[in-house]
Design a protein around this ligand. Structure first.
Ligand code: NIG
Ligand code: FE
Length: 396
């Protein structure tokens, strides 16, 4: 057992709140004891401690959880992003051959080995920034083999002890690929759900929005995913008020994401159906519209946060930046944003073993270069001093 000592503030993300002058004991990959640094762990625990790490009075939180990312792609769309900044809309750019279709073309050109290298680099950046669990979607091949390869890459890398844990999501229905009709493409995607589950997917997602997939088409994919054992999550109401939140509530999705156009009725439906609202401030800022974060919290919806790292709207891998943006742009308190990035993320991913500091949880922990959690809102990218993944110092 090892003692993590001299924690100035321990943000537990539980009803315990923040513990000052705290310590914790790690046994194997789990937290065994949490409490005050003085007097420290009880005698029967202390007897088994054979190592000690001092935190020098720093802030410690659970490892951050990024509940929405798209990391499996090649190429970039910087020219399109510059055009968007000058006034072209996301939908106009997509209609002109940019958008998801442009990344699909570049990604299909890359070999599985090349993609793997890109994903390793990206996942490494997440971990260095203090994110220990990353939800990661496919969706830039939009053909069977490529989608399945992407899932295999994600499932394999998620087991690499030098990279964050990964929760793979099958997003075959991300866009209609060139030369296909939406209905027949949906029928194809339906047949990929079982192999996607076999390749390591836990979730099935769909881009349910104007110009992408309709509510009935999305319902069809999510039902097929469910039959294959995949838990539904949805890109909902991001580009228009198109019914994604209500579908999420109807099918009992684990999460509805983005929600820039969701309203009070949507919030009540999500709360009723116990669907988590996963919000992505980087993309909200890129799209120029904010989700009704306080409406969700007021209705009793659990909020989670994601970078939405993707080649079109947001390249961030830093969840500490996302926390700062959630405070600045959504008006969340530091406490609400930090809870969303830890316990909220765990709920968004249906994981009970992480996202909080208490005995029994995984020892995924971050020692921050700060003494108080307020630093997240000030730093715009607060850096870790040390990241622990399953009790071990993380990184290559
Ligand atoms: O989450 N909404 C769909 N997918 C991404 C954007 C993907 C892209 O532009 O490549 C999103 O915003
Ligand atoms: Fe997304």
């Amino acid at each position: 057992m090892r003692l993590l000592n001299h924690i100035g503030r321990l943000y537990t993300a539980t009803a315990q709140g923040v513990l000052e002058d705290a310590a914790l004991v790690i046994e194997g990959e789990r937290i065994a004891w949490v409490g005050p640094a003085a007097p420290g762990p009880p005698e029967e625990v202390r007897l088994h401690i054979d190592g000690e790490v001092g935190c020098g009075g720093a802030l410690v939180t659970p490892g951050l959880i990024d509940a929405h990312t798209h990391p499996v792609y090649a190429g970039d769309r910087m020219a399109e992003i510059a055009r968007r900044s000058a006034g072209a809309s996301y939908t106009e750019i997509a209609a002109m051959g940019g958008g998801i279709g442009a990344t699909v073309a570049a990604t299909r050109q890359a070999s599985a080995r090349e993609l793997r290298v890109l994903v390793v680099e990206r996942l490494g950046a997440w971990l260095r920034g203090g994110t220990t669990t990353v939800e990661a979607k496919t969706g830039y091949h939009l053909e069977r083999e490529g989608e399945l390869d992407a899932l295999s890459i994600l499932a394999e890398l998620g087991l690499d002890p030098a990279l964050p844990r990964v929760e793979p999501t099958f997003l075959g229905a991300h866009a209609v690929p060139p030369g296909k009709a939406p209905e027949s493409f949906i029928d194809e995607v339906v047949t990929w759900c079982a192999p996607a589950a076999a390749a390591g997917a836990r979730f099935c997602d769909v881009f349910c929005d104007e110009g992408y997939f309709s509510v009935p088409q999305s319902r069809k994919v999510l039902a097929a995913g469910r039959r294959a054992g995949l838990v539904p999550r949805i890109h909902a109401d991001e580009l228009a008020h198109s019914g994604g939140s209500m579908l999420a509530a109807e099918v009992g999705a684990q999460s509805a994401d983005h929600l820039l156009y969701a309203d009070g009725d949507d919030a009540r439906a999500l709360a009723e159906a116990n669907v988590v609202a996963t919000l992505a401030p980087g993309t909200a800022l890129a799209m120029g519209r904010m989700p009704p974060a306080h409406t969700f919290l007021g209705a009793g919806v659990t909020v989670a946060l994601g970078t939405d790292h993707n080649p079109g709207t947001c390249g961030a891998t830093s969840m500490s930046l996302v926390i700062a943006l959630a405070v600045a742009a959504f008006g969340l308190s530091v406490d609400e944003a930090l809870t969303a990035a830890t316990a909220g993320g765990a709920r968004s991913l249906g994981l009970k073993d992480r996202g909080a500091v208490e005995a029994g949880k995984l020892a995924d922990l971050v020692v921050w270069d700060a003494e108080h959690e307020g630093a997240f809102a000030w730093s715009y990218g607060l850096a870790p001093l040390k990241v622990l993944l399953g009790g071990r110092t993380a990184g290559r």
